[in-house]
Design a protein around this ligand. Structure first.
Ligand SMILES: Cc1cc2nc3c(=O)[nH]c(=O)nc-3n(C[C@H](O)[C@H](O)[C@H](O)COP(=O)(O)O)c2cc1C
Ligand SMILES: [Fe+2]
Ligand SMILES: [Fe+2]
Length: 402
């Protein structure tokens, strides 16, 4: 099913494709409510532009929709605010359908697109902040918006209609068979999917999100046309969604230092060491939020939040069969690699003979560019009272480096 042709303003027509069945996006994201690949046609008196294309799997549906939205006109420009294949997948077909079309995008986008389409002869018009395109009575203005979502990203603004096209920014993987935010049938589900989208796509890029909001706030915008989910209007959700992005991207100063201690333990040895290390840390930071977490007993999303939001952390990597156990890998697979650099971390735990868990975990932490504490606190099998006293001292030493 697709949405019947809908006018956003007198000169902007919605031309999106629905994918209600999508349940996974970019491998990393579960999408309970499907998505839409929004595309738009902007008509001036002289020229016509398409903004964003579509996913390669939906080429035929997109052709029907774009033809209807174009109403017999031949498009002069394809504005690509971002080249991830959920928007650029159909570019190959678009240039076959409209061979004279000029592709308007940032320099980075042009480089990516050559390798996404494997076509060296695309007709590019490279733009940067401050550039504009006259369609005849309608102007498209461009604003570089790097990392929203990729380094190639930009926003396009149509001042005469007060419309901003922001691609992924303020978007959501949420599919309903209508265009405007004011028509959403399940507002709670929509807000849940907006948050899920922010967490999976934009959470690693908080400073860039704030810059994106600054761009929008410097313009007179009444409608935001994103590339996924409902079109946002000033009478509908636009301000709510902008406020949510602001709140989610603003780093709140914590009163107390957060140093979580994660571990796995089959027979309780690593657990005892974790508790002793915790004592040491609390001697240096009496008010620290310094809980111990047996990874198997907790929800991984909760632990990932602690890992990605902490000041420093400790890991107790249990060794079983010459490898570190899977929950440790699983936790580190949830590390926000973009923001882990220089995060202080120390390793502790019990082992039996070869103790590979330590080296394997250290390697992963180095890949994440963490600041790995030189000293690793290792105990052979069951810790003695003396070992536990040494673990307390180890915790103190590590805390003093944070
Ligand atoms: C099934 C199993 C396999 C193990 N394999 C290894 C190993 O390959 N290398 C090693 O150093 N220790 C190995 N160990 C020993 C544990 O690392 C050791 O018993 C340690 O004290 C367990 O700590 P915990 O009480 O925190 O679980 C193994 C233990 C078990 C139960
Ligand atoms: Fe994207
Ligand atoms: Fe996207």
């Amino acid at each position: 099913m697709n949405i019947k042709m809908t006018k956003i303003t007198e000169s902007v027509t919605y031309a999106g494709v629905l994918n209600p069945g999508m349940r996974t996006f970019d491998v990393i994201m579960h999408t309970e409510y499907g998505t839409s690949y929004n595309s738009y046609v902007v008509d001036g008196s002289e020229k016509t532009a398409i903004i964003e294309a579509s996913h390669i799997s939906f080429g035929n549906a997109y052709k029907g929709i774009i033809d209807e939205a174009l109403g017999g006109k031949t498009p002069d420009y394809l504005i690509l605010n971002h080249t991830e294949p959920d928007h650029s997948g159909c570019v190959k077909q678009v240039v076959q359908w409209f061979p004279y079309i000029e592709i308007v995008c940032t320099k980075a986008a042009s480089i990516y697109l050559k390798n996404i389409t494997n076509n060296d002869s695309l007709n590019f018009k490279i733009v940067k902040t401050g550039d504009e395109l006259d369609l005849g009575g309608k102007t498209l203005q461009f604003y570089a918006a790097p990392f929203l979502h990729w380094p190639d990203s930009m926003f396009t603004y149509l001042p005469q209609d007060k419309v901003a096209f922001t691609c992924d920014f303020l978007g959501s993987h949420y599919c309903e068979p209508q265009v405007f935010d004011t028509d959403v049938t399940y507002p709670k589900k929509y807000i849940d999917s907006l948050k899920n989208y922010y967490d999976c796509i934009f959470a690693p890029f908080k400073p860039y999100v704030l810059s994106g909001l600054d761009i929008l706030n410097s313009l007179d915008v009444e409608i935001v046309c994103p590339s996924h989910g409902p079109v946002l209007t000033s009478g509908g959700n636009l301000n709510t969604v902008k406020d949510a992005y602001l709140e989610w991207s603003t780093v709140v100063e914590r009163e107390n230092v957060l140093i979580p201690i994660f571990y796995c333990s089959a027979y309780g040895n690593t657990k005892k060491i974790a508790q002793a290390v915790q004592k040491g840390i609390l001697q240096i930071f009496p008010n620290a939020e310094c809980e111990t977490y047996n990874i198997k007993n907790h929800n991984i999303a909760e632990l990932a939040g602690l890992l990605n939001g902490c000041d420093a952390f400790l890991l107790g990597p249990l060794t079983i069969n010459r490898d570190v156990v899977p929950p440790i890998w699983q936790l580190l697979a949830h590390a926000d690699a973009i923001n882990m650099a220089k995060r202080s971390v120390a390793l502790f735990g019990s082992f039996g003979w070869s103790g590979e868990g330590f080296a394997h975990t250290a390697m992963r932490l180095q890949q994440l560019k963490c600041n790995l504490y030189d000293e690793q606190f290792k105990v052979n099998f069951v810790p003695t009272e003396e070992d536990l006293a040494n673990a307390v001292a180890f915790g103190k030493r590590f805390a003093q480096t944070v």
